[in-house]
Structures are given as C-alpha cells and as structure tokens.
Design a protein around this ligand. Structure first.
Ligand code: COA
Length: 374
C-alpha cells in the first residue's frame, strides 16, 4: 500500500488577542447596560436580568486564558459585541482565503514544496464564508496550484476527516500532494452576549501538506499509519445558519443562527466516545498504549482532554505527552489539534508514534495515528 506522510504544517495566528479579563469586562458592561435599560421589565418579571461573567469560572471550567481574534474592537465594544470585518468586493481575496494562504505558505516551506508540486486543495473548517465558489478554489487560484479543490465541513472534526479523505485520495492515485487548510473565524459564529459560551472560541488558520512518502523531501515527516472517523447524530452542538434561513423567514439576529451547545451533555457524552475511538483504533492497528509518545487532542476543554488522556494511556499523561494550546488560543474548532501537532512535534524521535484526534458537533470524531520518520 502507498505510504503517505504529513510533510509540513503551518499556523497563521491573528495579530490581535483578548484575555479573559478584557472579555469579562466587556460582557459585564454589556450585561449591566442591558439590566439598566430593561430595569422595569425585569422588575415586572417580563425579562430576566443577565448575570455577570467571571474570569475564575472561565479558566476553571475550560482551561482558557486567552484567544486570538481577527477583530478585537467590535467584540469588546459593549454596544456591538461581535467582530467587525471589512466587506470586500468580489475582486478581492476573501478573508478565509487570505488567512489560508498565509498558513499554507508556512506549511509549503516546512515541506520544501512549491505550489506547483501540489495537485489538490481541501478547505476543511466549521464555518465557510460563502456557499460558492469554494474557498479552496480561490486558495488554489491565489497560490497558483493546478488540479482540483473543494471545501468540506465536519465542524470541529473537519481537519482529521480531511486527512482521511486526502490520504485515501493519494492512495487511490487521484492526487499526489494535497494542501489542507483549516481557516477558522470562530468569533464570527459566537454569541458574545451569551454568558454561557462567550469565552469559548478564538480565530486561527492551520495548514498541512500531505503527500506520497517517496515524493517527500522534508526532514520532519510523519507517516499516516491509519485513520478512523466516526459520527453519531446529536443536537447538543448546533448552528442553524444556512441557505434556507431566508425562505424560513429567520431574522439575521435569531439566536439559533449562531453556535449553541449543551456544554455539560457534550462533555459527558463525547469523553467516552472519543476515548473508546482511540482505544479501538490502536487495538485495530495492534499498537499498545505504552507505545504512544504523544496525544494531540482537540482543544475544547482542558478537563475533557485530561479525562481522555488518562483513559487512553491508563495513567495521568505528563504535560509533554498531551500538549494543550487551549490556554492561549481557546477553542479554534478544527484547527485546535493541528496547532498542538504543529507546535509540539519537532522534538519527537524517529519511529515515535502519536495520535492526532479531533471531536465536536455531529457528533463527529476523527483519529489519526502518526509515526515520526527521519
Ligand atoms: N461566568 C460565571 N458563571 C457562569 C458562566 C460564566 N461565564 N457561564 C456559566 N456560568 C454558570 C452557569 O450558569 C451555571 O450556574 P448554576 O450552577 O447556578 O446553574 C454554572 O456556571 C455551571 O455552568 P455549566 O454550563 O454547567 O458549566 P460547565 O462546568 O459545564 O462548563 C463548558 C461549561 C462549556 C466550559 C463545559 O461544559 C464544556 O467545555 N463542555 C464541552 C464543550 C465542548 O467540547 N464543545 C464542543 C464545542 S466545538
């Protein structure tokens, strides 16, 4: 069977960032203004007063301290509470394509490849900026890549599902070298006026080069030993934004057109599902857990990762065995596990094995077993 490697990764990190302190100050100002404006209605039981957010809760419940964002000013303005991004003409690159090419150039550099070596592009992310033309085809055009390109969305699992799709395509011969980009402007789908979730997400873009091992010139390659993806329907993470919103007479401000979740239920249901996926996957491949040198897990919640790491390894993982980037980046949907992989893999020795795993809405979960090559 054809051997496939990830030969380069890249991360584009936005320039602006928001600490929990800044975020809570903005939310609390918004909540106080809301309670003051609606004082009479609240007193007459017609509206419910908003409770205040706090930094300690956010860090203790999630492990998040900071998030990078594409626009800080709009998010932190209590009168606005969402990012403000410039409207661009159709002749200008879209924002997702622009961040994608920044991450892609880094991944190409690491892999020692030129755009002309690439023959397919997959944009895999939770939120696509438009229905069509595909962001991937725009990325292809901007980088000067021949071949074909398409977009796909499996929410937070988009990147691992894309790795499986790309590896299968390379194995079957439909492409030789594939660029995967995961542009995530999660601040655009987040309701910063909702105390239960206003702290969860951040923005970023990751990129990967996948290719046939015999074509690779990189000295920091990971062979894809195996992939395993699963899905199981759940309404506990949901976003009803879509092309029928107009036909269904939704208002753009309807709450269900942004990210919504039952966080507690997600936590309880997804932890066993993901632990079992990784355990089954390793068992399928006859790899023992004591052979696993690293777990690059989806970055949604530190305690979730602690539970999964402990269940998979059968003991509490050392920090270096299960690196988290959540404290700096927050949840960046499909990109989270790829950031962890990109930032914490250079130090691994030849033949070291690690598992890259993402999970999220759907539910969906993808596991990728990787081996470091020289
Ligand atoms: N500040 C202060 N208190 C807050 C708060 C905030 N920002 N947000 C919620 N609270 C309160 C709640 O109202 C609740 O109060 P109550 O006990 O009086 O009812 C209490 O804190 C606990 O809230 P809960 O939502 O149950 O917290 P939690 O411990 O479950 O943590 C999440 C919330 C979202 C961090 C956590 O459930 C989680 O990460 N789940 C997994 C989510 C996930 O992986 N999603 C995938 C997304 S892609």
């Amino acid at each position: 069977m054809e051997r496939i490697v990830i030969s380069g990764t890249g991360v584009f990190t936005p320039e602006e960032s928001i600490t929990n302190k800044e975020l809570v100050e903005a939310y609390n100002k918004y909540a106080e203004n809301y309670n003051l404006t609606n004082k009479n209605k609240i007193e007459h039981g017609e509206k419910v007063a908003l409770e205040l957010s706090n930094e300690e809760f956010i860090f203790n419940a999630s492990g998040i301290k900071n998030r990078y964002v594409m626009d800080k000013k709009g998010i932190l303005d209590p009168e606005i509470m969402h990012p403000i991004l410039e409207k661009r003409s159709n002749d200008q690159p879209s924002i997702l394509a622009e961040m994608s090419i920044k991450a892609a150039r880094k991944a190409l550099d690491k892999a020692g490849k030129n755009p002309k070596d690439v023959d397919a592009v997959i944009t895999a992310c939770s939120n696509l900026e438009r229905a069509y033309p595909a962001i991937s085809i725009e990325v292809q055009e901007l980088l000067g890549i021949k071949g074909f390109a398409f977009d796909m969305n499996v929410a937070c699992s988009s990147a691992t599902f894309a790795i499986q799709a790309a590896a299968d395509m390379i194995r079957s011969g439909s492409a030789k070298t594939i660029l995967i980009v995961d542009p995530e402007i999660c601040s655009g789908h987040l309701d910063f006026k909702d105390r239960d979730c206003h702290f969860i997400f951040g923005d970023v873009c990751t990129a990967m080069i996948l290719e046939r091992k015999d074509l690779s010139q990189s000295n920091n390659c990971f062979e894809i030993l195996s992939t395993k993806c699963i899905t199981q329907f759940s309404n506990n993470i949901r976003n009803n934004f879509g092309f029928l919103n107009n036909a269904k007479k939704s208002s753009p401000l309807d709450r269900d057109l942004l990210f919504m979740q039952q966080g507690r239920k997600v936590f309880k249901e997804v932890v066993p599902m993901v632990s079992q996926l990784i355990i089954d996957h390793l068992s399928d491949e006859k790899i023992k857990t004591n052979e696993i040198k690293r777990l690059w897990l989806h970055q949604a919640n530190k305690s979730m990762n602690d539970f999964i790491g402990k269940k998979v390894l059968g003991r509490v993982p050392e920090n270096h065995e299960q690196p988290n980037i959540l404290q700096d980046y927050a949840n960046t949907s499909s990109a989270g596990s790829i950031i962890a992989f990109s930032l914490f893999s250079d130090d691994m020795s030849n033949d070291d094995i690690g598992v890259l795993c993402s999970f999220g809405a759907g539910y969906s979960a993808g596991s990728v077993i990787l081996k470091k090559l020289s």
